[in-house]
Design a protein around this ligand. Structure first.
Ligand SMILES: [Zn+2]
Ligand SMILES: [Zn+2]
Length: 177
């Protein structure tokens, strides 16, 4: 079951607003899809949905951001083209990448990976303070807080202000591209 990510969704929304795609910004939704294997991300222009592979989190925050923009560029290119058919990674997409701050983006959607983890994360938590995203195979059994924030602001002691919060599950959907 994909998990909606309100923070990444907000980030794509602001990017889309800055390039004048307000209509698209209002429908875009970013979700983590634990079923993805080697595909880094997908975008569905019809619904404005972006799916990201949770394994991106094990690579780097930069890789999450780059993939997010790569997929947002697919949405932007399709939105700008309207009913006109365009190539998936054609000139419209390349222009959209440049506009979204990733000029010269590569065409591949495959992760530079890393053997697949035996068990994929099913649940996701956020730190409400630093917004760290934590993929989990199981739910936390007891209240658990972000260690980094507890160290920084509460001498390493548990602090409910930094307690991880569940990222809600999103509805399943078929994605293309
Ligand atoms: Zn692509
Ligand atoms: Zn934190």
């Amino acid at each position: 079951m994909p998990a909606a990510d309100p923070i990444l969704t907000g980030r794509v929304q602001s990017l889309l607003y800055t390039v004048g795609a307000a209509v698209l910004a209002e429908i875009v939704q970013v979700e983590w899809n634990p079923r993805m294997r080697t595909t880094a991300g997908t975008a569905q222009p019809r619904t404005g949905r972006i799916h990201l592979n949770p394994r991106l989190l094990t690579i780097s925050p930069a890789e999450v951001e780059r993939t997010l923009r790569h997929e947002a560029a697919h949405l932007l290119a399709h939105w700008r083209a309207g009913r006109r058919r365009i190539q998936t990674h054609g000139p419209e997409w390349r222009q959209a990448c440049a506009d979204l701050g990733i000029p010269g983006e590569k065409v591949t959607h495959t992760l530079p990976l890393a053997p697949r983890r035996k068990v994929a994360a099913k649940y996701f938590y956020h730190c409400p303070n630093c917004q760290l995203l934590v993929p989990r195979v199981r739910l936390f059994k007891r209240p658990t807080a972000c260690l980094k924030c507890c160290r920084q602001f509460n001498a390493g002691q548990f602090d409910a202000r930094f307690q991880f919060r569940r990222v809600p599950a999103a509805s399943p959907s078929q994605l293309t591209d």
